[in-house]
Write a protein that binds this ligand. Sequence first.
Ligand code: SAH
Ligand code: ZN
Length: 714
Amino acid sequence: MFLLFRNVVPKRLLQYKRMSVFTSQLNPITGKMEWELQPENYDFQQEVARSAYADMLHDQERNDKYYEGLRRSIADLRRRGQEVHVLDIGTGTGLLSMMAVSCGADTVTACEAFYPMAECARKGIIANGFAGKVHLIPKRSTELEVGPGKDMERKANLLVAEVFDTELIGEGAIETYRHARDFLLTEDALLVPSEGTVYAQVVQSSMLQRWNRLQEVTRVKPGSNEREVLVTVPNSVLECPGAAAVHDLQLSQVPQKWFTPISKPLPVFWFDWSGRRKDIPCDDTTHVNFQPLASGECDAVLMWWDLRMDQDGEVALSCAPYWAHPDTLGRLKSSSEDIPWRDHWMQAVYYLPQPRKVEVEKPLMLVSMHDEYSLWFNIQEDINKEICMDRPVCECGIHIVSSRTRIGQLNDPRRLKTYIRVLEKLITPDSICLTLGDCCLMAIVAAKLGAKHVYMTEGPGTRKVVEDFISVNKLQHKITVLPGDISEVTTDQLIAPVTVVFSEPFFTTTLLPWHSLYCWYMRNSCLHLMADGATILPSSVSIWGLPVQFRDLWKIRAPLHHVNGFNMNIFDKLIEKACEEADDKVEPQPLWEYPAKARGQPVRLLKLDLNTGIPENPVSSTGSVALPDAGIINGLALWVDWHLTIDPEDTLTTGPVEPVVLHENIRWDVYTRQGIYLLREPVNTKNSISSQLFYSTTFQPSDGTVKFDFQIKM
Ligand code: SAH
Ligand code: ZN
């Protein structure tokens, strides 16, 4: 499993080497590393399926505007009296090459660096009857040679390329365009797109900040109105500039009340892809002065970009969120539904290395920087001095080992309130606590609430920062961090047997909510440390499913059939096969970013009692529920509820945080990635009173996996 999920590898930056490959897979539940030697012809199907190709091809605005850009540019060249020789860099399915042929190009050369896609292009071009009309070369553009008998007979006078990601340049566009200008294109070549502009908007947002910086943990002291600090954050964490990786997200789904604009959207970088009017530097810094729109503290920069598809700038494609989108500007009311949806290009948040106080009257300078693949930003008070800054990197360790989702969980008031309430009920001066989890700050809380002693488990990545937490909270005498492998710890290393075992549960390896069942396995390996009748939290877990209609998310897997008149069957088959062969039909998605309507009520699929040992045999549950007249269903959303104790009040959900209302959008926990299971074909149960959802869920104790199967029958 290559982790092609967001924030791990740029989704479309897929590298392929023709050789035997090992794929390593960390089993997130049992915690063991599993290696698998893939055959020489391993075709990275899963990677293709998990990449953003399908949703990119479903992006109709993108397809139409590329087509229009090609049409206009080819007409321009004809007006100049020139022959048209097109180069398509990164042809993918061959789509843009076939468009160029259809617009009347004389020759079209296509290159593709990712071998499985080059194969897909080869077959797709033949299937569409374009064999002989597109010259396909399975190479990176920077390896192409020009000259008689070489890859390209002559330099191209029209370049079409779609080599952009959410950060615009993250897929290597700078090197691709510099090289093309220097070696592959004529002096007067036209480019589709011709230009790109990056916009940045400075904001104040404590909500977004929750994904970036740990905040102190407080509670209302029982019996008084006073707030008391339970966890103080060490300076090493407060002063850390944060994760270097971009935080990409669907900005149109971020409620406007989450942030206060401090600046208008400001154009900060302009790229002339021809590199003739302006060079395409490998790194650059720009300085833009602005008058703050509000006083307060600015802490983040929102970013998006647009492309100019033709030479005159009449055809533009914007990735702006709806409130800044050219299609909705000037309207009194607009919403995310008014602009095209896409997942291959999102928007991004960049956190400032340190928050800055701002005042309305005092002008500020936005400093924007980029290198070959990334952007970063800062704010400066002295608007007369133009400075540059290095790309921020995490110095505290938390941003390296914890995903943004995890940092959000650590700051989530809803979780904290539940954990603290449960610990308040349980902890006594005699309690010997053991916390299982990565960077589990509840160990500090348990000690502050008066436990006799607290033992923690920590991986090597978080050990140092956890020790900083313990010392800044002055709890060295009360908390002991145990060595990595808990099964090797003996009772004589403890002051007394453990009476309370607590797990949040979350681990740095958790991708899907039930991966945190790892806590069960961990606990199983420390039974020898527990006192008789020790309290175990969470005590049980329920896995839930909900039939939904995703507004847009279905596009990441759905067959295309045709795109702008071109047959996409070859590509559809590739995705379908990859999905069939993929070992997991469920993938993690932050569902708050993807609107979905409830088409039923949540169904409890399986409940596991975590107070018992791990069972020897698989645990299965099957059943059905009626879905009368539910409407269109295209998938299921999956999550778990952790029942910390048997008191229903102590349940912590990773799913909907408000009651689910039939046919309404669902409000999800924003600090979890839920699981999604997409149906092969959407089902319309409208007017069917007998429609039923059949489900089957199996927990496999040997490897900790949970398998799902769903069928809807009318
Ligand atoms: N042009 C297709 C696919 C776009 S996805 C379409 O518009 O539908 C971008 C593709 O470009 C990916 O398949 C990636 O592997 C490829 N790519 C990126 N940079 C490249 C380069 N410099 N040379 C060759 N292929 C490249
Ligand atoms: Zn850090």
